[in-house]
Design a protein around this ligand. Structure first.
Ligand SMILES: [Zn+2]
Length: 346
C-alpha cells in the first residue's frame, strides 16, 4: 500500500456524523436476526451485503426499518454499540459523537430510555477499558414525527442523559418531512438545561433550511449543510461564524445530493473558508468507512495529507467535549501525525 493510504488508515480520527443503527453491519444484523428469529431478505453475509447496497431512498428506509426490528432488547443495543466501537477502534477513530434514535426502540418495542442508555454505557465502559476509544450520543427527534408530546419526550430523555453520555439533542429523518418551527419548543427546553442541539439541514432541502436550523434552533453544528453552496449570503455567514459542517460525501453521492464525487461541493465549501468536517453517516449502507471518506477526498479532490490533517483537527475542535479535552486531543493528534510521517516516510 502507498504511504499516503497507510497514513490515512492509521491517523487518529474523530467522527461527528454517524448513526448507530445505520452503522450496523450485515454480519451484526445476521447475528441479531438469528438470535431473535427474524427473517431477513438473505441469510448469508454476502447475500445481505448485496441487499444492503444503496438503491434509492425507499430501499434505504426499508433497510433501516429491518435493522431496527432485529434490535429487540437492551442486550441487543449493547451488542450493536460494542460492534460499532470495535469498528471505530479498527479505524483509529478515538472519539465519536453518534446519533442514536432511542425513540424508535421505545415506540416499536417499548424499551425504556434509561435501559437503552445503560446498555450503551456498558458498551462504552467496555470500549474505554479494552479498545481505548469512546463515543457520546446525540439523541435525535425525527422530522417524520408530528406529535408535540413525542418530540418533547425525546428532548426530556436527552436532558436526562446529560453527564451520562448524552451531549446533544438531535433532529434527523427525512428533511422535507417536518418543518423546523415544530422543534423550537424542544430545542429551547434543551438549551435552557444547558444541552446543545445538532440539526440535520441542507442535505436534501435548500439553504433556507440551514438558515432555519441556525436562526430558529441555534444549532451547534450543521448535519450535512452542503446546499449552503447555493447561497452566497449563507456562505459568508458560515465563514464568519465558523459553525461546523458535518459533510458526508459518499452519502451525498448515493442519495443524489451530488451527482458524482467530482461534482461534490466540499472543496468549494472549503475554499469559501467554511469549517468543514468529513463523516460517513451510515457507512455499511453506502459501502464506505470514515477512512475511505478521507482516501476519496485525496483521490477525487486532490487534497494532500496536510489538508486531511486539517479536516481531522476541524472535527476535534467541533466536538462538544470540554475545551481542555479538545485541546489535549489536538496536541495528541498532532504528535501522532508527526510520528506517522516519520515512520511511513511521507
Ligand atoms: Zn445523518
Amino acid at each position: 500500500m502507498n504511504p499516503s493510504n497507510s497514513f490515512i488508515e492509521q491517523m487518529p480520527k474523530v467522527e461527528l456524523h454517524v448513526h448507530l443503527e445505520g452503522a450496523t453491519t450485515p454480519t451484526t444484523l445476521l447475528h441479531l436476526a438469528h438470535k431473535n428469529k427474524i427473517a431477513l431478505p438473505a441469510d448469508t453475509v454476502e447475500g445481505l451485503q448485496e441487499w444492503y447496497q444503496f438503491r434509492d431512498f425507499r430501499h434505504f428506509v426499508e433497510i433501516y426499518l429491518t435493522s431496527s426490528q432485529c434490535i429487540q432488547s437492551p442486550e441487543d443495543i449493547e451488542f450493536i454499540a460494542r460492534e460499532f466501537l470495535k469498528e471505530q477502534a479498527r479505524q483509529h477513530i478515538v472519539y465519536s459523537e453518534v446519533t442514536y434514535t432511542a425513540y424508535t426502540h421505545w415506540k416499536q418495542k417499548g424499551i425504556p430510555f434509561d435501559e437503552q442508555l445503560d446498555a450503551i454505557n456498558r458498551a462504552r465502559a467496555w470500549a474505554q477499558a479494552n479498545l481505548g476509544v469512546d463515543m457520546q450520543l446525540i439523541i435525535d427527534m425525527l422530522r417524520e414525527e408530528p406529535k408535540r408530546d413525542n418530540n418533547m419526550l425525546v428532548a426530556e430523555w436527552a436532558v436526562s442523559g446529560m453527564g451520562k453520555g448524552v451531549v446533544a439533542l438531535g433532529l434527523a429523518g427525512e428533511e422535507s418531512a417536518g418543518p423546523t418551527e415544530r422543534y423550537i419548543e424542544m430545542v429551547r427546553y434543551a438549551h435552557e438545561n444547558g444541552l446543545s442541539a445538532i440539526i440535520h439541514a441542507g442535505e436534501i432541502v435548500g439553504a433556507h433550511n440551514i438558515w432555519d436550523a441556525i436562526e430558529m434552533l441555534g444549532t451547534a453544528r450543521i448535519g450535512h449543510g452542503v446546499t449552503a453552496i447555493h447561497d452566497a449570503e449563507l456562505l459568508a455567514y458560515l465563514a464568519q461564524t465558523q459553525i461546523p459542517l458535518e459533510v458526508c460525501p459518499t452519502s451525498n453521492v448515493a442519495l443524489g445530493v451530488a451527482r458524482s464525487f467530482e461534482e461534490h461541493p466540499l472543496p468549494r465549501l472549503k475554499q469559501h473558508g467554511l469549517n468543514v468536517t468529513v463523516n460517513s453517516d451510515d457507512p455499511p449502507m453506502f459501502n464506505t468507512t470514515l477512512t475511505r471518506e478521507y482516501q476519496k477526498c485525496m483521490a477525487h479532490f486532490g487534497f494532500d495529507l496536510a489538508t486531511l490533517e486539517q479536516l481531522v483537527l476541524n472535527a476535534v475542535r467541533a466536538t462538544l467535549l470540554p475545551k481542555m479535552e479538545r485541546s489535549q486531543m489536538e496536541v495528541a493528534f498532532r504528535a501522532r501525525f508527526d510520528s506517522l510521517h516519520t515512520q511511513l516516510g511521507c
